[in-house]
Design a protein around this ligand. Structure first.
Ligand code: HEC
Ligand code: HEC
Length: 421
């Protein structure tokens, strides 16, 4: 089929006449092309092994390894379970103890610019270091992790292959079994163990710890969802292929029409990963207003010893100078959270940063009526308005959200790789 014909098919809504595969308006048809395909996987200059297969295999083993926790009972997969679309199906996460926030999915996480609901991390590798030492999550420590890796022959081999550096088991006289700086608590036993070490040894452990993060990031880079029925539909629009256009129902197509039209969802859930990668308030009510989101995230990121301005970034701080140096706290004066992706959204209930909303039907109901919405403040963003959707519009929007499901990763990525990796 000629390019000209495809173009003509798109602008004239050709599909509407031929077996009514496509029911989108001309305008929405053009916009649909901007929502698929997902596009090339972004690189990460701060992580020299981001695209290394050896790092990804090593990272996959680490992701599923419960030995990277204080009591040997928590791994990343405890909360990011591949069988639950890389979440835990709970409202609020639970590791060693309860957390105040809902677990985020890891689908297409590599496309993000900021990590966590408040964006307090700016690289995927540095994100991974947080849960490992959080007393409520893995409750592990960088020293314990460095010992685990340096004393396990399979990990030593994987480390050497990935980072071209041979690890020997760490001397327990110089490297205590556990320890890391506990912020604000120098007297804490973990801080004391850490501070008792030589600075050069601390740097050495930090580098092993950072390389753990960089390997886990290389694994998470592979968690791609880009072949949902909606993607097939858009491909059908592009190719003028009515068979592919039938990948989603007329109702789901009307739902997309609403999504980028009357319902204005694309103001924030924009682009092929259905997020603008930034922070907003969708006015979902939060507990007592205590979690401010983005302002907390900015402060934490600026102070983070593993941020992209740190010595651990492999690009000499170039990314950090662009990203962190230009952040201003007062741009986010009120509660704002990161716009989450909507890919596989039908698989990741419950929803929102505290798991406040149980089902997608209720999410749509919330956006439609704003019943119980958090009150606007003088400096709040004003992108959210009552939509008053009809019953049919709600059904259509729901059908569209269901058309974003695709979990077709190869099975070998869904579990710990067989040793020796
Ligand atoms: C106890 C449950 C738990 C464990 C264990 C856990 N996570 Fe998470 N994860 C969460 C929660 C909750 C959030 C959101 C937290 C927040 O915003 O404060 C999150 C957020 C993330 C994000 C951010 C996603 C985004 O879009 O910004 C990534 C990436 C991630 N986790 C990866 C990991 C990795 C890698 C590990 C293992 C090293 C891990 N998690 C261990 C619960 C957990
Ligand atoms: C003003 C920006 C904005 C608009 C407009 C918007 N959203 Fe959101 N959306 C967000 C933010 C921010 C969150 C996370 C909020 C939180 O957790 O506090 C979110 C969360 C969600 C979630 C839950 C995702 C998850 O993983 O928990 C769904 C589903 C959703 N939005 C769908 C929609 C739909 C459908 C529309 C249109 C009717 C819409 N959104 C309009 C910003 C927006």
């Amino acid at each position: 089929m000629s390019v000209l014909f495809v173009f003509a098919a798109i602008v004239t809504g050709y599909g509407q006449d031929v077996e009514s595969a496509c029911v989108l308006s001309e305008e929405a048809t053009k916009i649909a092309l901007e929502f698929s395909p997902l596009g090339p996987i972004p690189g990460d200059p701060t992580n020299a092994v981001f695209e290394s297969e050896a790092a990804a295999r090593f990272g996959q083993a680490l992701f599923f390894d419960e030995r990277l926790s204080g009591a040997g009972d928590v791994s990343c997969a405890t909360c990011h379970d591949p069988r639950l679309s890389w979440t835990d199906a709970r409202s609020l996460a639970r590791g060693v103890a309860n957390l105040p926030r809902h677990t985020m999915t890891l689908w297409n996480v590599v496309y993000n610019r900021w990590y966590f609901w408040d964006g307090r991390k700016d690289t995927l590798w540095s994100q991974a270091l947080g849960p490992l030492e959080d007393p409520r999550e893995h409750a592990g420590s960088r020293l314990q992790i460095a010992h685990t890796i340096a004393s396990d022959p399979a990990y030593r081999r994987a480390f050497a292959e990935t980072f071209r550096e041979t690890l020997e088991p760490l001397d327990p006289d110089r490297f205590p079994a556990r320890g890391f700086p506990v912020p604000g608590q120098e007297g804490h036993p973990l801080s004391q163990a850490w501070l008792s070490m030589q600075p050069a040894d601390r740097l050495r452990v930090n580098r092993i710890f950072v390389n753990v993060g960089k390997s886990i990031a290389a694994f998470q880079r592979k968690l791609i969802s880009d072949r949902a029925p909606f993607d097939v539909f858009v491909e059908g629009l592009r190719e003028g292929d009515t068979e592919k256009q039938r990948a989603i129902s007329a109702s789901a197509q009307r739902g997309f029409e609403l999504f980028q039209g009357k319902a204005r969802c694309h103001f924030c859930h924009d682009g092929p990963n259905f997020t603008d990668l930034e922070f907003h308030s969708n006015r979902v009510p939060t507990e007592e207003g205590t979690d401010l989101g983005r302002p907390i995230g900015i402060r934490a990121l600026q102070r983070d010893p593993f941020n992209s301005l740190s010595v651990y970034a492999d690009d000499g701080g170039a990314v950090g100078r662009r990203k962190i140096a230009t952040l201003r706290r007062d741009e986010h004066p009120t509660q704002e959270f990161k716009t989450p992706t909507l890919r596989n959204i039908a698989r990741t209930a419950p929803y929102m940063h505290e798991g406040q909303i149980a089902t997608l039907e209720e999410v749509i109901e919330f956006y439609s009526t704003l019943a119980g919405a958090a009150p606007l403040r003088p400096n709040s963003e004003r992108l959210i308005e009552v939509l008053d959707l009809t019953g049919r519009e709600k059904t259509d929007l729901l059908a569209f959200l269901h058309s974003l499901s695709d979990e077709s990763l190869p099975a070998e990525l869904l579990r710990a790789p067989p040793r020796p990796f």
